[in-house]
Design a protein around this ligand. Structure first.
Ligand SMILES: [Zn+2]
Length: 107
């Protein structure tokens, strides 16, 4: 592995580690600390030109920076029926809403 590759790999490991810490703080209701960790994640990713793993990026409120955990900071609702149905994921702290459309397959 090249030196650059090693640096990126370390950064990715740090991101995962910081995300775990942020999730833990969120679970404990310490949102300010959680935000500090997610801010660091963004900074590391930006500096190192690293893509944040999709699973992690999806789990961070891009508006207020907390980790989105169902029942704690995230409320999930299913809206509509059939073709137009979608899931709304709402950050319970800042009210930021994300929509996921569900693809309905015809059988
Ligand atoms: Zn939020």
């Amino acid at each position: 592995m090249s030196k650059k590759g090693i640096v990126k790999d370390l950064a990715r490991q740090r991101i995962r580690w910081l995300f775990n810490l942020a999730a833990e703080e969120t679970r404990k209701g310490r949102y300010e600390r959680a935000r500090r960790y997610t801010e660091l994640i963004m900074k590391i990713a930006e500096k190192g030109n690293i893509k944040i793993p999709r699973l992690i990026k999806r789990s961070i409120c891009l508006n207020c920076g907390v980790v989105l955990i169902p029942g704690i900071t995230l409320s999930i609702r299913l809206k509509g029926e059939g073709r137009g149905s979608h899931i709304t994921a709402k950050c319970m702290l800042c009210g930021w809403i994300k929509r996921y459309y569900i693809k309905v397959k015809r059988i």
